[in-house]
Design a protein around this ligand. Structure first.
Ligand code: IMP
Ligand code: MG
Length: 191
């Protein structure tokens, strides 16, 4: 990032932003690398990317544009995380529009935390008989994992601090920040 854009970014920070963990340029560089790997791995297979709404929307759109193969892009929406995770309460709000049967499906997620959301979704998709089923997550927080999951592609590993930006929200806010930051939860009355 140039000095000038860093200054602009710093001036516009909402007060909830504690510390920027991944700047936009760093995110996009990693997304490009993942796109190159995925392009190589799927060179001989048609790829269907399934973005999990809403958090993974910026990531899956940037990632799909870095894949040099035709991509069938679809979205699924499940109940989102509240500040207190409600374990096992995953529910489909919007299903896929395309059929995954016999397709090479790559599920794209913003962050895998306990893994419960993704585990539910993978079981659901597996039951629909895709030709293959893999996962790409921008962020992985393995310390809090409750179920083991096969994750083929990971952008960055992160610690336990709550993150906002580049799709990640706190109560539906901050998704449009171009970077990923830790959050001052004390401003929201959370300990
Ligand atoms: P899991 O089911 O515990 O793996 O939760 C995954 C989902 O929780 C992600 O898709 C996010 O929507 C949400 N989530 C987990 N950690 C964070 C965070 O630090 N900030 C914002 N959302 C998060
Ligand atoms: Mg999500």
């Amino acid at each position: 990032m140039s000095d000038a854009s860093a200054v602009v970014e710093a001036r516009n920070l909402p007060p909830q932003v504690k510390e920027i963990v991944f700047r936009e340029t760093e995110i996009l560089r990693r997304v490009r690398e993942l796109g190159e790997r995925i392009s190589r791995d799927y060179a001989r297979r048609d790829l269907m990317m399934v973005g999990i709404l809403k958090g993974a929307a910026p990531f899956v759109c940037d990632l799909a544009r870095r894949v040099t193969r035709p991509v069938l892009l679809d979205f699924i929406s499940v109940t989102s995380y509240s500040p207190t995770p409600r374990r096992g309460s995953v529910r489909i709000l919007k299903d896929l529009e395309e059929d995954v049967t016999d397709r090479h499906v790559l599920v794209v997620e913003d962050i895998v935390d306990t893994g419960l959301t993704l585990n539910y979704l993978l079981n659901l998709l597996r039951a629909r008989s895709p030709a293959s089923l893999q996962v790409c997550t921008l962020l992985d927080r393995p310390e809090l994992r409750l179920v083991e999951l096969p994750i083929r592609y990971t952008g960055f590993r992160v610690s336990q601090e709550f993150l906002i930006g580049y799709g990640l929200d706190y109560r539906e806010e901050h998704r449009n920040l171009p970077f990923i930051a830790t959050m001052r939860l004390e401003l929201e009355g959370v300990d």
